[in-house]
Design a protein around this ligand. Sequence first.
Ligand SMILES: [Mn+2]
Length: 308
Amino acid sequence: MRSTSTPFHVVVATDENFAMPTAVTLRSLFTAGDTDAQVTVIHDGLSLEAVDSILTSLPPTAPPPTWFDVGDFDVRPTTASHLPDSTYFRLRLADAVPAERGRILYLDVDMLVRRPLGALAAVDMKDHTLAAVQSINYPFVATRGAVDHWRPLGLDPRAGFFNAGLLLVDLQRWRSRQVAERALEYLRSPNCGKGADQEALNVVCTGDWLPLDPTWNQQTPMLDDQHGAHLLYDTETIEAARTDPHIVHFQTRPKPWHRHCDHPWRSEWLDVAAQTRFDIVTDLRERTIADEWRWRTRRAASALVKGR
Ligand SMILES: [Mn+2]
């Protein structure tokens, strides 16, 4: 059962560039059945236009989200990262919601919610700070690229490593264990690898997270048989997460808003996108034309340089 009678609280983090996918993720959340979900959007100064576009992309009956501006929250990890700065905003999630909230669900904005989240909201977290889905790419702490300095950090190499795209968070434990502060400290330490805040959260919460069924965070590598999902789950569990996931995570590029995306759940994402204020179909068409021109220009330039 839910620990409180208040509606489920969902937190997302975004910036101006991700306004459109944010609208799609939130629209999918309400469409999938969580019509009374409380939403907090963490951002770094969205334009009024972006805020308005996200707001008007939601069903008219949806409770309006609250907006939390991280201000000059400046995370400078010691290692260069391929990820957008907004990935670090999730570390502010406990500041962004009212103190009385027991638990919240953090979602990446490259996710498509397909089922109501009530069962997730009610999960018995068994005194863990987080519940999350184990990473398929980096299933264990000692997997190359997960926590490369696990030995000096004194971590169990065989401990699981989670994907941080979906986090069910016990806020009281998150605060009392100073998860955000310690994650920031790790990000600035020489041991920090390229895994950004996902790595930091795994280091800080190692052994302190409850593994969830993969249907709650269908990671892209689950879609084929070459990526080790079979080392973690039985065939039935994998099949269910593949064919009817509760949440799809468009984890890798191209994202569904990029051209050349052949992800099997893209068309469903586009269906939801079509219900938002963002004209993604026109956008994709224009981008296709722009890319075509860039390609032609590059080819012409390289022909000149190489003389052929
Ligand atoms: Mn993601």
